[in-house]
Unconditional design. Sequence first.
Length: 163
Amino acid sequence: MRIAELNHGGLGVKSRCIALLGLFFFISLCCSNHQSFEGKTMEESKQYEINIIIGDSVVPAILYANPTTDDFFSLLPLELKLDDYASTEKLCYLPRKLSTKDAPSGYNPSIGDITYYAPWGNLALFYKDFGYAEGLIHLGKVESGMDMFKTSSSLHVRIEFRK
């Protein structure tokens, strides 16, 4: 009798659960901060593993496969001098500009993001959150060791394939 009473007044428990799961899925898609290239989010794409070497320390990172990252990856290994910019990020100019084929119009970076700022042609590693920037392309993420970048001093780094 009680089961009949529960189902009689409208949607059943199973239907409510399905509707709730659908709502959560929809919200997660709408609120996502992921860039996509050709309909694939970075997290769905192939990933490259790299190391950022600072002195004797190794900072592991992941690059998400997309045309811009593929172009950057073709430059490795790289010896770079990262300068502090706005007490928020470390940046450097690359030997050449990278492809921006299929790139989104901008990105909202967070701590640990490795990005390419197309208008200036520079690589930027964010050690503080920053707002949306037109022309910023998400390349990847530092996995650990972000404290190494939190200094106002310039850093000499080597970026290479992870072995």
